[in-house]
Design a binder for this molecule. Structure first.
Ligand code: MCN
Length: 727
């Protein structure tokens, strides 16, 4: 807002050219010819890049997936060669002296297509791109012993991530050093660096990836865009910097989308309402090709499908189908909202069919002791699910204003969020001015790591947080890491900072001992000062000694620099969400009048930022309920390719979020932290879905709950049962 941000589009390099893309208009077609105008014929045109021109210079995206997932050999190509498989797929790039010239020249590239039939519905598709199954516990016995089996089929549509800043990249190549620098709007530099290294078959040391300010990602910027790869090749080939910034329609058409999953579930219950076993078959609409993260969300959904319940046995099968749509990938929650939605809708349906109270049915089956091993192989670290549930119920019921007439419903849902895992790293240096500079492998793109990590460091070092400076997002300046996704940065990268700072303190203690003439074991460190024999030194004093090395006693290291890597087990955040909704019987308009969020993210580092994460996530979860849907027609054309057609929730549709606090620290990292970056997006969806079902007298509808659909549901089913309006 102050104009101080610097996004990719704000970066200019001398002699820079611009790229624009020729994209498929067909969901499925053979390419019989590409006629490109020659440079010179069109003003400003420098080059046209096609798959043919890229041949031998790039490889397709690496095939990757979670361990155990069977993948078809169908990686996303960089540019389409013989065939296009989705509307918006990049076919050729035009490089020109200005963006306008590039976009004009795109119109001059003629692609001859032979249209083929498009497969839009995952169920109609014969091609499996990814498959995974897992089972644990005695599922057969669970179903055999069941007094009741409750079944349900629930589905979530595809969504777009809709970051304010669309995808963007700028590549510059230095021939003398043979190094390629890529500025890109991504979630972190690590994954694009590894992906570029694979695709360009280039030594990572010959690559530098810089992530400047990012205008939102929400999971959609974890894989380097094919367009950015083309820009890199063009920059190397032409010897000039090349920039690409997509427009909004391109972001709708060609950035990977989220969700798009359907589940058929069966829950076996005993006479006293205990959950005995779960069976599920998930069908995911993966789109036309596999990107490195396409298989991740459905796999995550599957592994989390037993949620926060003590279900001793489960068998899950996931089938990811190929369709003629843009590939899918992570979008805020990345499989977790899907899991919570499928399971929590099923539990509500089970309560209704059993004539049980939906809260009591949940309460009876909650996991209560930790660590807990799920039948699908996860080990939950800690939690207090019942306290989350009770806190949410109390807030839902708290002083409710007079309710106007209408059809009312309320819903409650719990979730478990898999966070952390893998590793991150950090370095810390004491500067001459007494500041401590920390380079972190995590990369903020809206989460506020700058403040969060400064607080972690300030606490550890006993100084004001203003004395901490953070460095992020430049592969030349930050230590290696895995990436910012999956609500893992605070727990994993934050813990790496703790370890690095603990080492820095030990180095400083040795230095202080030398200066104070005491044995290091005798130097106490408290509130930012090193104390021995009645004298003490602060960080600035030590910095002065370090940077005036000649004043140091012999044998003392003249630099304070520490680094650390934290290898993390998975941690499991959890939460309970509750919603109260009203459907206008005249118009079908849904209003969420109350939304309650109780997220247990372990020890919270910055309550204000954590709140921001919860509210932001909840807004996305609510948008998913109320209006969002990527709609494709039978020809595979995206009918919602702009904000005129794709609804996004605005402030008007957002109720105040009542936030309840529960914090069970994780025993698996030194901060006790879990993740909170996705909680709102995970919890709001099933809570509102359950409230809508309640308002409809128990009838199930999948989101989005647009007015017309709710109006029809009310009209078809007649007025809902009397009980529903009372909640
Ligand atoms: N936090 C805290 N204490 C904790 C955990 C988190 O105080 N125990 C606060 C911290 O302020 C931290 C923030 O919450 O900076 C998020 O931390 P964490 O839960 O570790 O999540 P990550 O930093 O790894 O962020 C990833 C997460 C994901 S997966 C998506 S998607 C998402 C999200 O963050 N995308 C976002 N939040 C986003 N926020 C913005 N503005 N833009 C995006 O693109």
């Amino acid at each position: 807002m102050r104009g101080a941000g610097c996004y990719v589009d704000d970066i200019f390099r001398p002699g820079m050219a611009y790229a624009a893309f020729v994209r498929s208009h067909h969901a499925h077609a053979a390419i019989s010819a590409i006629h490109a105008p020659a440079p010179g014929v069109v003003p400003g045109l420098l080059a046209v890049m096609t798959a043919e021109r890229l041949r031998g210079r790039v490889r397709p995206f690496p095939l990757a997936g979670p361990p155990g997932v069977e993948l078809a050999d169908e990686p996303h190509p960089i540019l389409a060669e013989h065939e296009v498989r989705y509307v918006g797929q990049p076919v050729a790039a035009v490089i020109a002296t200005s963006r306008a010239a590039a976009e004009d020249a795109v119109e001059r590239v003629e692609v001859q297509y032979e249209p083929r039939e498009a497969v839009v519905d995952a169920h109609a598709s014969q091609v499996v791109l990814a498959r995974w199954s897992a089972a644990g516990g005695d599922v057969e016995a669970g179903f055999a012993a069941a007094a009741r089996v409750v079944a349900g089929r629930y589905a979530l549509p595809r969504l777009v991530a809709a970051p304010i800043e669309p995808r963007a990249a700028l590549a510059e190549y230095s021939r003398p050093t043979d190094r390629l620098t890529m500025w890109c709007s991504m979630q972190d530099p690590h994954r694009p660096l590894a992906q570029l290294s694979h695709i360009l078959d280039r030594d990572p040391a010959r690559l530098r990836v810089i992530v400047p300010d990012v205008g939102g990602a929400f999971g959609s910027k974890g894989v380097i865009p094919a367009e950015a790869v083309v820009v890199a090749v063009a920059a190397m080939e032409l010897g000039i910097p090349v920039k690409w910034v997509e427009d909004r329609t391109e972001n709708f058409l060609a950035a990977y989308q989220g969700r798009g999953i359907e589940g058929e579930l069966e829950l076996a219950l005993s006479t006293d309402g205990r959950m005995l076993a779960l069976r599920a078959r998930l069908t995911a609409d993966l789109g036309a090709y596999l990107l490195p993260t396409t298989a991740v969300p459905p796999h995550t959904t599957a592994t989390l499908l037993t949620g926060c319940y003590q279900i001793p046995a489960a068998a899950i099968e996931v089938v990811g189908k190929r369709t003629n749509k843009v590939p899918t990938g992570p979008y805020r929650g990345a499989g977790r909202p899907d899991a919570a939605y499928l399971l929590e809708r099923l539990v509500d349906d089970a309560a209704r069919q059993l004539g049980e109270n939906r809260i009591e049915l949940r309460r009876r089956n909650l996991i209560r002791s930790f660590p807990h091993s799920t039948p699908l192989g996860l080990s939950y670290d800690s939690g207090d699910y019942e306290r989350c549930l009770d806190t949410a119920i109390a807030l839902l019921d708290e002083a409710r204003p007079e309710e106007p007439p209408g059809v009312w419903g309320s819903g409650i849902a719990l979730y478990v969020e898999r966070a952390a895992g893998q590793w991150e790293s950090a370095t810390a240096t004491l500067e001459a001015d007494g500041r401590v500079v920390i380079a972190s492998s995590a990369t903020p793109h809206g989460q506020g790591h700058e403040m969060t990590f400064a607080q972690i460091a300030a606490d550890r070092l006993g100084v004001e947080h203003e004395r901490i400076a953070l460095r992020f997002g430049d592969s030349d300046l930050v230590p290696p890491g895995v990436g910012t996704f999956g609500s893992r940065s605070t727990a994993v990268a934050g813990s790496a900072i703790v370890l690095a700072l603990d080492r820095l303190v030990e180095q400083a203690r040795t230095l202080a001992a030398g200066v104070l003439g005491a044995a290091p074991g005798r130097v106490e460190f408290a509130r930012g000062r090193f104390i021995a024999g009645g004298r003490s030194l602060g960080w600035s004093d030590l910095a002065a000694h370090v940077h005036r090395a000649e004043s140091l006693p012999p044998g003392v290291q003249p630099a304070l620099l520490a680094s650390a890597r934290f290898d993390s087990e998975r941690v499991f955040a959890s939460g309970a969400y509750a919603a109260r909704v009203r459907i206008d019987p005249e118009t079908g308009q849904l209003t969420v009048t109350r939304l309650v969020a109780v997220d247990d993210a372990g020890t919270i580092i910055n309550p204000l930022l954590a709140r921001g994460q919860i509210v932001g996530g909840a807004a996305q979860g609510l948008g998913e309920c109320v209006i969002e849907e990527a709609v494709y027609d039978q020809e595979g054309q995206l009918r919602t390719a702009s904000f005129l057609d794709y609804g996004l929730l605005s402030a008007e549709g957002m109720p105040e979020v009542l936030i309840g606090e529960v914090a069970t620290p994780s025993p698996r990292n030194p901060l006790g932290a879990k993740g909170v970056g996705e909680g709102g997006a995970i919890g709001a969806l099933p809570a509102v879905a359950n409230a809508v079902a309640d308002a409809l007298g128990g009838r199930h509808l999948d989101p989005p709950y647009r007015a017309e659909r709710l109006w029809r549901a009310l009209a078809d089913g007649g007025p809902p049962e009397a009980g529903a309006a009372a909640g």
